[in-house]
Design a protein around this ligand. Structure first.
Ligand SMILES: [Zn+2]
Length: 540
């Protein structure tokens, strides 16, 4: 008995040892070399940005810019000596659409050039359209019927004026320590309560007219009525932004070439016209839109660094390559694409010994519903509607995604995968002095890591400083190279390259959550399976 009393503490200690997680190893020499390469004069991340935006942007999925950017990216990745560099087709998607020309003018009562943009997949105007605009903002079916037979060949304004309150908060912001603390605290979510994760609401594409009209007239009812009436041009107000910044409205049917010619206009210019019309002062407007359509197939951009000891196992890194066409798609998401390319250049140029193969994927069709990444995971890993996995599924060690603008990394969203917390805490230690130390169990939604998370693969997105993503650049005509912060881009390149390297050499693959149940087709839109809500700010 005395002997047992003596042994008891020893037994407890031994069992503690048995269950304790072995300390996560981080080769600081390699991390140092990665920092040196990505934070120093060899950095190419801003060069990538220039070619993806100023030279080849925007990159609306399946458009001329998208294809030109794809060809340039393949050429550059081959120059870096990467393997298996190719464009991997997916579909169906619908037609490619290209904006060839837009012009807009107020002729009377005074001349003014008009800031507006054609909505994606809109038809052209078949020449110059000149006319007096009509305000068509019915609240009830009866009011709508009142316009019957009166709109053919007309220029119609379909939104009410938008109040522009003076902004008293800075456009660009970074997270405060208090805000990061708040993000760090777990959130208890009732599955399905929030439905669509990520973004939604009026700023999102498709919401141009905002929700249903007060009298319950749905945007669809108005659209169908307009299709019958055949106005020459439909104009809606920009739902976000001011000072000439306009945020894109709803994309149209991608399978046809005869959508109603539709513009989204900067609020200041739209409001002036509506005020004049309301005061019955004659207004004369003139517009022309030229577009072209392509019967091409979209693609994802793929490249690899083959592994050594475990070359059949995979670490993936990426972000979406496509963008909207209002600006040059700089913060959304040339940033994430340029960084993924920089991760591959950095790891390749350092010639690091990595057990697992590193595969980069730049996705198409994200803005239309994560289409490229979903097509890819279904093809390679598992069909989410049956959750039947392929042999490749168990080979994936993890996936890293960037798609939250140009702001530097402040931490990692665990997507509810708490098993990764102690691992990532260790992995981020070398970057605390660069501002990255926050690990939160929260989910973040609205982008391509969800295609992986949705089939039970560890897919992660980073907590990033918000900057002027929601206030200026997100899906706007001001999403351009000038809004990109170079040192933030370099910090992100260094951190993501390190996360990928550490995932490629870790003895075990990253821990996984249980395989989710099959998801009915069409579920898991941007919100991903199970209605994962979005944490933090910004969307994608
Ligand atoms: Zn995005």
């Amino acid at each position: 008995m005395k002997k047992l009393r003596f042994l008891a503490p020893l037994l407890v200690f031994a069992s503690g040892l048995a269950f304790a997680q072995p300390a996560e190893k981080v080769d600081l020499n390699v991390v140092h070399r990665i920092k040196d390469e990505a934070l120093g004069r060899n950095s190419k991340v801003m060069d990538h940005m220039f070619y993806l935006t100023d030279v080849n942007g925007p990159r609306l999925n399946n458009s001329k810019g998208y294809r030109a950017a794809g060809e340039w990216t393949v050429k550059r990745l081959k120059e870096y000596g990467l393997s298996n560099v190719h464009l991997e087709k997916w579909g169906p998607f619908g037609k490619g659409w290209n904006l060839e020309m837009y012009s807009g003018h107020m002729i009377e009562p005074m001349y003014q050039p008009i800031i507006a943009m054609p909505v994606a997949w809109t038809a052209g105007t078949n020449g110059v359209v000149t006319g007096n605009p009509m305000l068509v903002t019915p609240q009830t079916q009866a009011e709508l019927d009142g316009f019957k037979g009166k709109l053919a060949g007309k220029i119609v304004l379909i939104s009410p004026k938008r109040d522009l309150a003076m902004s008293t908060t800075p456009l660009g912001v970074r997270y405060t320590e208090a805000e990061l603390q708040e993000i760090q605290s777990a959130q208890i979510q009732i599955p399905g309560l929030f439905g669509r994760g990520g973004r939604g609401g009026p700023g999102a594409p498709g919401g141009g007219r905002g929700g249903a009209a007060a009298g319950g007239l749905s945007p669809m009812a108005i659209q169908n009525f307009l299709k019958e009436e055949k106005p020459a041009l439909v104009i809606q107000v920009s739902t976000g932004g001011d000072g000439g910044t306009l945020r894109g409205g709803g994309a149209q049917n991608r399978d046809v070439t005869d959508n109603l010619p539709t513009l989204v206009m900067a609020a200041e210019h739209y409001n002036r016209i509506v005020r004049l019309v309301e005061h019955e002062i004659p207004v004369k407007l003139q517009f022309e839109i030229k577009v072209s359509f392509d019967d091409t197939e979209p693609f994802n951009v793929i490249a690899e660094i083959p592994g050594n000891g475990k070359k059949d196992e995979l670490v993936m890194v990426g972000g979406h390559f496509d963008s909207w066409h209002y600006g040059t798609g700089a913060t959304d998401n040339a940033a994430g694409s340029a960084i993924a390319m920089e991760v591959m250049r950095t790891l390749k140029s350092l010639n690091l010994n990595m057990d697992r193969t590193v595969r980069m994927a730049l996705w198409g069709g994200e803005e239309e519903g994560l289409l490229g990444s979903r097509a890819y995971v279904k093809e390679h890993f598992a069909d989410p509607t049956t959750m039947k996995v392929t042999s490749e599924h168990e080979k994936v060690a993890g996936y890293w995604n960037i798609d939250n603008g140009t702001g530097k990394i402040r931490g990692i969203y665990l997507q509810g995968n708490d098993m990764c917390r102690p691992i990532f805490e260790k992995w981020l230690e070398p970057f605390h002095d660069l501002g990255a130390a926050t690990i939160t169990s929260r989910n973040t939604g609205g982008t391509d890591h969800q295609a992986f998370d949705g089939i039970g693969l560890p897919g992660f997105q980073f907590v990033q400083d918000t900057m002027d993503y929601e206030t200026r650049t997100h899906h706007t005509n001001m999403d351009v190279y000038d809004r990109i912060q170079a040192t933030d881009m370099m910090q992100m390149s260094a951190i993501e390259a390190s996360m990928v390297y550490l995932t490629a050499v870790r003895p075990e693959k990253l821990p996984r959550k249980p395989l989710p149940p099959p998801q009915p087709a069409g579920r898991g839109g941007r919100g991903g399976g199970g209605g994962a809500p979005t944490a933090g700010r910004g969307g994608n």
